[in-house]
Design a protein. Sequence first.
Length: 209
Amino acid sequence: MAGKVIAVAQQKGGSGKTTIAVNLAVAFVRAGRKVAVLDTDPQGSLGRWFMTRRERLGDAGLEFSTSSAWGVAYECEKLKRDVDYVIIDTPPKVDADLRPALREADLVLIPVASSHVDLWATEGVLDLAGREGKRATVVLNRAKAGTRLAEEVALAARDLSAELADTRLAYRVAYAESLGEGLGVQEVGRRGPAADEVEALAAEVAALL
């Protein structure tokens, strides 16, 4: 087995990298895929989510590993042997520490919250991804449906040298609540619009790979 690697990267903090990483992981697991998540962010949010998940469920249902930036290649090589997808949560910066993750990636996902400031912050990631010859896709996150700002950001994103995902994740409390419980939105309560968004994004990402 040679798993595919997805790097979730954005130099601006608070863009929703960890939210997208964990929800994609859960969606793939629910679709019957084997998944590993790799935390390279010193903040360790992904690791805290995983430990909370393990305490809650016993069996987390996916693999977890952590690494410094320069250990990414080794960890990815090891994990890809046993899983279908390796999802890397990266530090919120664009420098030499990000390059190893991009180098290993089959696809780079760049979350952009609905603001021009967040959109501007993608340029460094896109530049690095381009230098590494990697496919990059912008994912609009925390989008407020029907607002002029959301549409302006979507239009501006199309002008960048990157693909724009068809699926948008809306601004929903469910994402933050489920993250704090060690779960994905598809695992909380009755199925709602957040679960549908994540399922659509996972299908789109799988098709890109």
